[in-house]
Design a protein around this ligand. Structure first.
Ligand code: PYC
Length: 313
């Protein structure tokens, strides 16, 4: 299997460019469901040790169903598929640029939750117009073990988010283990309380917000991803969901720039236009760099061919 690794504002993406599983035909959502049901071993083999690590997001490149798209993409982490992935889309754009499959200009990528538009501004700079994003519920309170009552908004940005405007502790790198623990408690509390996204979807991404470190940014965040790793980037789908909440509160106007800082200090520039379904259509701009091109081997007698840990079926 041939993979190309990149990072987007610090967050890694591993794109499968050759030798991925055959998923048949149909919509990207159907093929993503087949990938999740029948190829779980690829998640652990690519995204856990000894080949990877749990912060990596995988991107399986496949032929698009919509011929106007440059590629189809199934995003996945160690525990399952992601609907969309902002940093992953920017990482894939850098990878396709490296492969000579896209040039400077505008391109459409098909994901299981809809088509997104990518403007390639150079080999490392990309802006993604995401799927329509919206706030489902404002000011949802949940009792969290060790933290008391925590209040946040449930919002969609291509994945489901619980966004807490008040972080339980300062958003600084030395607090990452404690922030990870606090966000995991919130994640479990939401599941226990039956707080869900549309159609019973799990609200599996947790974000804390606070003041930025840089005077050039509007906000800083910490994002816990479904598999338990934190997002090194400001999270593209999370920033999309945040813009939807800011727009709903009248705190950000269409076209106004929002600079979102991550817990490591990297940033996305973002803005939105009104959507046709009552939400907003966000654009997220950031940088990605290709960091490696690798052929992965899976020897049949390698006891860790599917990664360290219980093999996924
Ligand atoms: O950038 O949308 C994102 C993302 C989701 C999970 C990790 N990164």
């Amino acid at each position: 299997m041939r993979v190309i690794d990149s990072h987007t504002e610090g967050e890694p993406t591993r794109a499968i460019v050759e030798g991925g599983p055959e998923l048949g035909t149909g919509s990207l959502a159907e093929r993503a469901a087949r990938f999740e049901a029948g190829h779980a071993w690829i998640r652990s083999a690519l995204l856990t040790e000894p080949r990877g690590f749990d912060a990596m997001v995988g991107a399986l490149l496949c032929p698009p169903d919509d011929p106007s798209c440059a590629t189809g993409i199934v995003f996945f982490d160690t525990v399952g598929n992601l609907g969309m992935c902002g940093h992953g889309t920017i990482g894939v754009a850098a990878t396709l640029t490296r492969l000579g499959r896209i040039a400077t200009g505008t391109h459409r990528f098909e994901t299981p939750v809809g088509v997104v538009t990518v403007e390639a501004k150079g080999v490392n700079a990309f802006a993604v117009e995401n799927v329509e994003s919206y706030r489902r519920e404002a000011g949802v309170s949940v009792e969290v073990e060790g933290l008391g009552r925590v209040t946040g908004d449930v919002a969609w940005g291509g994945n489901w988010f619980f966004q807490c405007p008040k972080a339980p502790l300062p958003l600084e790198t030395e607090n990452i283990p404690a922030l990870t623990d606090a966000a995991a408690r919130v994640q479990r509390a939401l599941a226990r309380a039956g707080i869900e996204g549309a159609d019973g979807a799990r609200v599996d991404h947790i974000q804390f917000f606070g003041p930025p470190a840089s005077a050039a940014a509007d906000s800083r965040n910490f994002t816990l991803c479904p598999g338990g790793a934190y997002d090194r980037s400001p999270c593209g789908t999370g920033t999309s969901a945040r813009l939807a909440c800011l727009a709903a509160d009248g705190d950000l106007a269409p076209g106004e720039t929002w600079v979102q800082e991550s817990v490591i200090g990297s940033t996305y520039r973002a803005h939105y236009r009104p959507g046709s379904g009552g939400g907003i259509v966000p654009t997220i701009e950031g940088r990605a760099f290709v960091v490696g091109e690798t052929v992965l081997h899976f020897a049949p007698d390698d006891p860790y061919r599917t990664g360290i840990g219980p093999p996924l079926s």
